[in-house]
Design a protein around this ligand. Structure first.
Ligand code: AQP
Length: 332
């Protein structure tokens, strides 16, 4: 079975629809076809300044949401990044083969540091994609299921794997990004050419899975749509309605063409009203299951302890090989 690895940051009180449709939904289906490793990347979550109490809560909340969305610890390895020290250890080694200019070309870093200003930008934010490369390479992952926004980071990971292998001998599998085109970029409901994002979307532009369903329904109904009245899938000229069609199709497992047939001759209002209902029915059981997992912290801790042990069994082997190949003396 091919191996997959992916991660999600515990940086908000809820995942948003982009996180689910762009990434986690694929994680769930890949459990049956791949040897799957998924982690809540708390080391990444401290790169932008954070509150320790919120981080701890959000880490548990993230794990509970992943389980509620369909990750099954019997069919995948689910763990928290900081429980596996090899991530930070390999991150250091990889940072020593990454060019300063190379890291500086990462678009996400440029955007986030420009927004934060130089004095509020941490070195950790700069080296974040290198740690992400370590996350992936430690597990010898073949594929990494992510949204479109992660493509450049995946390219860096591939470059680092190849560079390390060339300089120090075959050590890492060179992974590829697994990006499902249809749902690779869910956009902001109020600004449908930008991605739906925790840090950049306005409150009405983002659908949070754990938000009050009635409020999410309202946001769908007040989503920005386009000029004209016809329901068409046209990302360029009708980005708003195309985004709603993408969300609708993904949540109901229908093809966009089928939706276009269903709404032939009908207006935007009908589509929004129906999608709002679909969304409410989708989030309600997820919210219930998330609550149930949170109500049993001992079970969550147990799942995470087993996950960390399974993750370390793989990551320790890779780190030992990397240390050996790079020239470190093994401890007696
Ligand atoms: N809008 C999106 N459409 C499709 N996929 C998306 N992802 C994020 N936004 C979208 C994918 O979700 C996974 C987890 O990403 P993350 O933990 O790095 O979250 P994030 O990128 O911090 O989420 P945001 O909202 O995009 O945060 P900011 O505002 O910080 O940039 C990844 O696979 C990502 O591709």
């Amino acid at each position: 079975r091919p191996r997959v690895l992916s991660g999600i940051q515990p940086t908000a009180d809820s995942f948003h629809l982009g996180n689910y449709l762009g990434a986690v939904r694929n994680w769930v289906s890949m459990q049956d076809t791949h040897d799957a490793f998924y982690c809540v990347v708390d080391l990444h979550a401290i790169t932008m300044g954070h509150d320790p109490v919120a981080l701890r809560n959000r880490t548990r909340l993230s794990v509970a949401q992943l389980l509620a969305l369909g990750l099954d610890p019997d069919r995948c390895t689910l763990f928290v990044q900081s429980h596996v020290p090899e991530h930070a250890q390999l991150g250091w080694v990889l940072s020593c083969i990454t060019g300063f200019g190379e890291a500086g070309r990462m678009v996400q870093f440029k955007d986030k540091s420009a927004k934060a200003g130089q004095d509020s930008t941490s070195v950790g934010l700069f080296t974040y994609p290198i740690l992400q490369a370590a996350d992936i390479l430690l597990y010898q992952a073949d594929q990494v299921p992510v949204g479109e926004d992660q493509r450049q980071h995946l390219e860096l990971t591939r470059d680092l794997a190849q560079r390390f292998n060339t300089r120090f001998g075959q050590t890492f599998t060179v992974p590829s990004a697994y990006i499902v085109k249809d749902t690779a970029k869910i956009t902001d409901l109020q600004d449908p050419t930008s991605k739906m994002s925790k840090s950049a979307s306005s409150p009405n532009g983002i659908i949070e899975l754990l938000d009050d369903p009635a409020r999410s329904a309202k946001k769908i109904k007040s989503a920005v749509t386009d000029t004209g009245r016809e329901i068409l899938y046209d990302e360029e000229n009708k980005p708003g309605i195309s985004n709603l069609l993408t969300i609708y199709a993904a949540l109901t497992n229908r093809a966009i063409d089928e939706l276009l047939e269903m709404y032939d001759g009908r207006g935007y209002g009908d589509l929004k009203k129906d999608l709002a209902e679909v969304l409410v029915e989708f989030v309600k059981p997820i919210q219930e299951r998330t609550r149930a997992y949170l109500d049993d912290p001992a079970q969550l801790d147990k799942i995470l302890a087993i996950g960390a042990e399974k993750a370390r069994a793989v990551s320790a082997v890779t780190l030992a090989a990397a240390y050996q190949n790079v020239g470190f003396v093994s401890p007696a």
